[in-house]
Design a protein around this ligand. Structure first.
Ligand code: SF4
Length: 613
């Protein structure tokens, strides 16, 4: 336990102390015995962000269902709190029992974003846990990590003891089961890792050695013992309808990013957008039934008092019974004033009737993600929509009384030209014209078109994994071009910091040689790198230089198909052959159909238990 009196004192000095106290409705408190396996679910960002993450609520409640496991939460303290903690010698602690995290058996990080890597280092340091796995002893916790970034685990290979690849529910429980047996035997750490190395979805980086070619590319990934698996297959929860989902979630005492019930309606996506990593990683599609979802909605509303239910998935409109589900939820809860939100809706798939029904409870703006400004480029990225879809949807939206529209684009996509960049402006202006071409009496509200353009980051396990990222200079040039062109009070342009996207690109496709650079960047004060006002680009450059890392080797170099990629030892289901085929189709501007309309042979069915999607 940490010193509560001291904590009370420092909490008076920090912004939003509610982040650090716990004791929220539905948080779980257990008696701790010698038998208890203590697991700290660690989110490498602040409480407000972490508590909005559905995966945290699933794993937290799943583990706590077991009597012998106690899962608690820990978040990255904001700068002011960290200073107070360091000044007063308070170790990073769990919110439930306020125990310093070095007393736990496991610290489980979720890797949602490459720019959180320095926060992981910082949290370990604040918890007095050795940063490098090789320095940990029997007195230290095991550091375990999962989430989308774990599909290229290598930049954190020296830090993390155990990676979990794929759906975390079953594999985490299997690891903890083995832990119990190991703990009872009192053996050394490595013996435990050997016990779990064969569990599907588990990757132990310290059990492998990487060799390099003279040009710096990877020569091979070698298991240190014959018995360690050469390929790590991702874990898949086959029957999502039967899988665990919480009927209670913690209700924070302070406002957070997404303050609402998150109902996961399905996992996976059949669309095949070529830039989208999640779309490839989470295949195949697995849905929950309407009955199951209504049951969870009922109990979550009862147990939380929330006034909003958000239907969570990669592409909400693709849920087989989306209309029926939305109508049933609206009917069930409208009397209570409980609203519904449908994020991740695609332009071509939503029903305005449903959205209007939803918005009777709460009115929000509409968001569209054309991703690219021209049809040619939308075909290259296999976005699967044509301009008419956008125009028709926007026209209908304006006719039905909307006037606030957000448009999301990326720049730096493969094969992009200036014409594609100008296409972003043209599309935004077309949207504006649709509004003003309507008779005045039909227009409602004040038009606001927000155009957000992010910098494309090529990601592993996508057809674009071989592509170089645009240079920072090119990104700036393209942004300037748009800034000069978009000059209209009604159309706002938001752009991203290309330097931040560059660092993200380095780590997204990096290897284990980058680990040293992460640690030295942290030593130079880098943390919360995804927060643009805290991002220290110069410190990153210095860290690369000091560790003989050429960041352009990772971000801006074209890779050929024969090159061994740092994540090639992971089998995410979608085959390399398929990704190459898709990349070639992209180069030709050929689209690939949505695989709900016929399998396109991505390969994931080969690793699904039962061999069928
Ligand atoms: S194996 Fe076929 S049906 Fe299954 S996700 Fe891949 S393309 Fe779609």
């Amino acid at each position: 336990m940490i010193n509560e009196r001291l904590l009370d004192k420092i909490l008076k000095k920090v912004e939003k102390p509610g982040r650090y106290v716990g004791r929220e409705i539905n948080s779980i408190h257990k008696d701790i015995t010698d038998e208890t396996i203590r697991f700290a679910f660690a989110f490498p960002d602040i409480y407000d962000v972490g508590m909005s993450h559905l995966g945290l609520h699933i794993i937290y409640n799943l583990l706590n269902q077991k009597d012998h496991i106690y899962c608690e939460r820990v978040f990255a303290p904001w700068i002011d709190m960290e200073k107070q903690m360091r000044d007063n010698d308070i170790f990073l602690y769990s919110l439930e029992s306020r125990t310093a995290i070095n007393n736990f058996d496991f610290i489980g990080f979720t890797l949602q974003y490459e720019m959180s890597y320095t926060n992981i280092i910082n949290m370990l340091d604040l918890g007095d846990i050795p940063i490098l796995s090789k320095d940990r002893t029997l007195d230290d916790p095991f550091v375990i990590a999962g989430g989308p970034c774990a599909y290229n685990p290598e930049p954190l290979a020296d830090v993390v003891d155990i990676f979990v690849i794929g759906d975390g529910e079953d594999v985490t429980l299997e690891i903890l089961d083995k832990y119990k047996m190991w703990k009872d035997k009192g053996l050394e750490r490595e013996k435990f890792l050997e016990e779990i190395v064969d569990i599907r979805g588990v990757y132990i980086p310290s059990f492998y050695e990487v060799t390099y070619n003279d040009d710096g590319t990877i020569e091979g990934m070698h298991p240190k013992k014959e018995k360690y698996p050469r390929i790590i297959k991702k874990r898949i929860v086959k029957d999502l309808d039967a899988a665990y989902f919480p009927d209670k979630i913690i209700v924070p005492n302070i406002s957070i990013v997404h303050d609402r019930i998150m109902l996961e309606i399905f996992r996976g996506c059949t669309r095949g957008c070529r830039f989208c990593q999640a779309g490839m990683l989470y295949r195949p599609v697995r849905e929950r039934s309407i009955d199951t979802l209504l049951k969870y909605a009922d109990s979550l509303v009862k147990s939380t008092g929330y006034e909003e239910i958000s239907l969570s998935s990669l592409s909400t409109g693709d849920y087989s019974h989306i209309n029926q589900l939305a109508i049933e939820l609206i009917d069930r809860f409208k009397e209570k004033g409980i609203g519904l939100s449908l994020p991740s809706l695609r332009l071509d798939s939503f029903s305005f009737e449903i959205i209007e029904e939803i918005q009777k409870v709460r009115k929000t703006g509409l968001t569209f993600a054309p991703e690219a400004g021209t049809q040619r480029l939308r075909d290259v990225i296999n976005k699967g929509i044509v301009e008419d879809d956008i125009i028709n949807s926007v026209t209908e939206a304006f006719e039905r009384g909307w006037s606030t529209v957000k448009l999301y684009f990326m720049m730096g996509l493969p094969t992009e030209t200036d014409k594609d960049i100008m296409g972003i402006k043209e599309l935004a202006y077309k949207v504006k014209d649709i509004f003003f071409n309507m008779p005045k009496e039909k227009r409602r509200g004040n038009l606001k078109v927000t155009t957000s353009v992010s910098c494309f980051v090529p990601k592993p396990f996508t057809p674009f994994q071989w592509h170089p990222q645009d240079s920072i200079e090119d990104f700036y040039k393209k942004q300037d071009m748009l800034k000069k062109e978009i000059r209209d009070r009604k159309v706002t342009l938001n752009t991203h910091d290309p330097r931040l996207s560059f660092i993200e690109a380095v780590f997204a496709r990096g290897d284990r040689r980058l680990c040293k650079a992460i640690i030295s960047a942290w030593k130079k004060g880098c943390k919360f790198d995804g927060w643009s006002d805290l991002f220290k680009y110069e410190s990153w450059l210095k860290s690369f230089e000091e560790n003989d890392v050429n960041p352009h080797f990772y971000a801006n170099r074209i890779r050929d198909y024969e090159e061994k990629l740092p994540w090639d030892f992971i089998d995410a289901g979608v085959t390399k052959k398929y990704l190459i085929k898709e990349n070639k189709n992209a180069e030709k501007g050929q689209t690939t159909k949505d695989c709900r309309n016929g399998c396109t042979g991505c390969g994931v069915s080969n690793i699904v238990p039962g061999g069928k999607c």
